[in-house]
Design a protein around this ligand. Structure first.
Ligand code: UDP
Ligand code: MG
Length: 315
């Protein structure tokens, strides 16, 4: 069986087009791959404030293939997606956005790759011209930064992917609180392949990803896969300490030879420089410490309030 997992946050306007599009793509997929059996659609309402829950709960009562899960509040895209992945029962689980920005027409190709033996199939955005220039530029810079930090990232892969049972179970074993699924799943190392597509404009509604959320996700991506920033601070501190030591020798020498130095400028500059570097270092330490703190609490990344399924006809 194939599961589709869709996190939904204030996507009321997109639910009907989404279900219609999934029905179409499933029909095509079955034509192309007659080996496919049933399918299931797992819709996760991530604490929406619009009619999203009413719509997906209604879809779940009407359609036998649809399950609606309501989280107790807004947990964010990654936890909502994880909730859906954990609830999915398919042998192949495909995650996608509710706004149909990822071209689901490539799903038959993903399934074909999976049937050929690929455990994970990553969707990669070949053409991002539908995204804003700001999003494109920041994303590009971020991928570069991650690569410099030694994180193995797949450029332009978001969370549109197919995962097999093995990788879903691997994910279940991880239990991380700071989620960066695209990085985590990549690190599993199962046999995988890539299908590329053009990123489409949002079907309807507005993006739920504010700048703040993008920044938080970006930080999770860095801190959950790399400790290099900590090491960089150590090296920086080392270099500065050596320089400062040399400067002390120089100052002592100058004092002994009687040359008076009116060192106001160098004093102020060094105080600011060292102060700045220290604060930066403490800030980076704080990022890791805070995340370690959150992980040690072992809080569940999401809480389910309600699950709606098709009412099976009685015996
Ligand atoms: N989403 C979510 N919880 C949130 C924000 C977003 O479940 O707090 C869902 C949203 O409904 C969509 C997907 O995550 O299905 C991607 O979000 P969005 O389209 O807003 O992000 P963008 O495409 O702009 O990066
Ligand atoms: Mg979107």
């Amino acid at each position: 069986m194939v599961s589709f997992v869709v996190p939904c946050f204030n996507e009321a306007a997109n639910i009907a087009p989404l279900l219609a599009a999934l029905d179409r793509v499933w029909a095509t997929a079955r034509q192309e791959n007659p080996g496919l059996r049933g399918c299931e659609i797992v819709l996760v309402d991530d604490g929406s404030t619009d009619a999203t829950w009413a719509l997906i709960a209604d879809a779940a009562t009407r359609r036998p293939d649809t399950v609606a899960i309501r989280l107790s509040r807004n947990f964010g895209h990654q936890p909502a997606l994880l909730a859906g992945l954990m609830a999915a029962t398919g042998d192949a689980v495909i995650s996608l956005d509710a706004d149909l920005q990822d071209d689901i027409a490539v799903i038959p190709r993903m399934l074909a790759a999976h049937l050929r033996g690929d455990e994970i199939v990553f969707g990669v955005r070949e053409d991002r011209s539908a995204d804003t220039a700001f999003k494109r530029i920041t994303a590009q810079g971020y991928y570069r930064l991650l690569a410099a930090l030694g994180v193995d990232v797949l450029h332009n892969h978001a969370d549109f992917r197919l995962m097999g049972r093995k990788s879903i179970e691997a994910l279940r074993q991880h239990g991380e609180a700071n989620l960066y699924l695209r990085g985590l799943i990549r690190s599993f190392g199962f046999r995988s392949s890539v299908v590329s597509y053009a990123r489409l404009p949002r079907c309807r509604g507005e993006s739920g990803y504010t700048l703040r959320r993008m920044l938080l996700l970006a930080l999770d991506g860095i801190t959950s896969f790399s400790v290099r920033p900590l090491r960089w601070i150590f090296y920086l501190g080392l270099v500065i300490s050596v320089l400062a030591f040399g400067y002390i020798l120089y100052a002592v020498f100058m004092a002994l030879t009687g040359a008076t130095v009116s060192g106001w400028a160098s004093l102020v500059v060094s105080i600011y420089l060292i102060g700045g570097i220290q604060i930066m270092g403490i800030g980076i330490l704080g990022e890791y410490l805070g995340r370690t703190y959150m992980e040690t609490k072992r809080r569940p990344p999401f809480l389910i309030d309600e699950v709606q399924r098709h009412a099976k006809p009685g015996p």
